[in-house]
Design a protein around this ligand. Structure first.
Ligand SMILES: [Zn+2]
Length: 128
């Protein structure tokens, strides 16, 4: 763990269970397109049921939108910093490329962030 025990970033960055920070959250890696960012039903380590209700991860699209906008602003800033000028066409192309390449990871991140809004770290969860 990089961050202090219980910090949500220990779940978000490696995409692990929001309750125990040990079990896998996704069925496959984000860039494995066979099961595109499919969330597991339960945590193998602590038994947490990942979905509170049907279509639970539908709400993660709001997080995905925020991450996409933040990434867009980042690309604009880097583009301006690297070239010293602003070209709408080049910036637009750069944003399209970055969002396409980062898409699966943004999708996975948005789901784990959404899960971390509803589930918290429990130190005793692994002892069940
Ligand atoms: Zn767990």
């Amino acid at each position: 763990m990089i961050f202090r025990k219980g910090n949500k970033l220990n779940s978000i960055i490696p995409i692990l269970c929001p309750q125990c920070h040990k079990g896998k959250f996704l069925e496959k890696a984000p860039y494995d397109f066979s099961e595109f960012t499919k969330v597991r039903s339960y945590c193998a380590s602590c038994g947490l049921k990942y979905s509170l209700e049907p279509s639970f991860y539908f709400g993660s699209m709001f997080v995905s939108y925020a991450l996409g906008v933040a990434l867009m602003v980042g690309v604009i800033a880097v583009s301006y910093w690297a070239t010293g000028t602003f070209s709408f066409q080049n910036t637009f192309i750069a944003i399209c490329i970055v969002l396409t390449l980062m898409g699966p990871y943004i999708n996975a991140l948005s789901k784990i962030i959404w899960a971390n809004i509803f589930f918290s770290y429990r130190e005793d969860s692994i002892k069940k």
